[in-house]
Design a protein around this ligand. Structure first.
Ligand code: T3D
Length: 265
């Protein structure tokens, strides 16, 4: 295994006009998760959530991979907790943290996304992948179940048959196929990934992010609600949003035929 230079941060953070880009930075090991990288990402997501200037988060990877899931060398040399503890202490909190972010989160999948790395990407609000990227539910090959939300996400994204096919075989799914299956939002030529994601992130950052986050929460909650309960939840959310500044601003801007300036978070 190639060592990660001790003075290299495991996560890079960059801000541009309301968009915070978090780059997993262990390229020699395809950005697989060590405890140090987990802690860096957790802290960075907390900081982004607390910073009202951040209106969209982009998650990507350095080098040729997005993220190869758990660093298996760290598991074997004992520097990571045991398997069950890793999920409880790191992957479960990470999946919940992403699902509760107060701003939209985009995964810019620049290369292979395997194991928990695949499910980390799929848990984001929008997944944009480069054509050469791929998704691998690698867990079955090492005797594990999909984690980091995989068992919850996969059947919802692509249905039980495809979800089980992906999870049981652990086969590599190319980005174009992932798009065709409905697993991800967009697949773009490699050279266009960065520009596409940054344009999308800038667009979302200028929109009413509070309503977008409520939309994510309502859609996730509706997965286990009946129609009547889902309609009631829509009404409850709509009442809150209608009274908030963004909705007032959106309607006023529409009527005045001017560009809106959304500020809620
Ligand atoms: O305890 C627990 O594990 C619980 C938590 C589970 C969460 C999980 O994520 S479990 C799933 C863990 N991930 C995997 O099983 C994927 C393992 N990696 C691969 O299968 C392959 O690397 C890929 C298919 C992702 C990419 O293949 P390829 O041929 O493009 O690259 P490579 O040569 O295999 O990897 C490049 C380097 O990255 C290589 O290091 P080296 O030989 O150049 O020094 C390889 O060892 C390293 N690497 C890749 N994945 C991992 C890794 N090192 C540590 N852990 C990894 N997961």
């Amino acid at each position: 295994m190639t060592a990660h230079p001790a003075d290299e941060p495991t996560l890079l953070v960059q801000d541009q006009a309301g968009v915070r880009t978090l780059t997993l930075n262990r390229p020699a090991a395809l950005n697989s998760f060590t405890v140090a990288m987990h802690l860096a990402l957790r802290g960075a997501l907390e900081a982004a959530a607390a910073d009202r200037a951040v209106r969209c988060v982009v998650l990507t990877g350095a080098g040729r991979g997005f993220c190869a899931g758990q660093d298996l060398a760290e598991v074997m040399d004992g520097s990571a907790p045991g398997v069950g503890d890793l999920v409880a202490q790191y992957y479960k909190p990470l999946a919940l943290q992403i699902s509760r972010m107060p701003v939209p989160v985009i995964a810019a999948v620049n290369g292979v996304a395997a194991g928990a790395g695949a499910n980390l990407a799929l848990g984001c609000d929008l997944v944009v992948a480069a054509e050469s990227a791929s998704f691998i539910q690698a867990f079955s090959k090492i005797g594990l179940v999909p984690d980091c939300g995989g068992t919850w996400l996969l059947p919802r994204l692509v249905g039980r048959a495809q979800a089980l096919g992906l999870a049981l075989t652990g086969d590599k799914l190319g980005a174009a196929q992932a798009k065709a299956l409905g697993l991800i939002w967009q697949c773009v030529p490699d050279a266009e990934l960065s520009a596409t994601v940054h344009a999308l992130a800038a667009r979302l950052a200028a929109m009413p992010v509070k309503a977008m986050v409520a939309t994510r929460l309502a859609m996730d909650a509706a997965q286990h609600l009946g129609l009547e309960a889902a309609l009631a939840e829509e009404g409850r959310l709509q009442a809150g949003l209608a009274a908030a500044a963004d909705c007032q601003e959106g309607i006023a801007a529409f009527l005045a035929k001017r560009a809106p300036n959304f500020t809620d978070r």
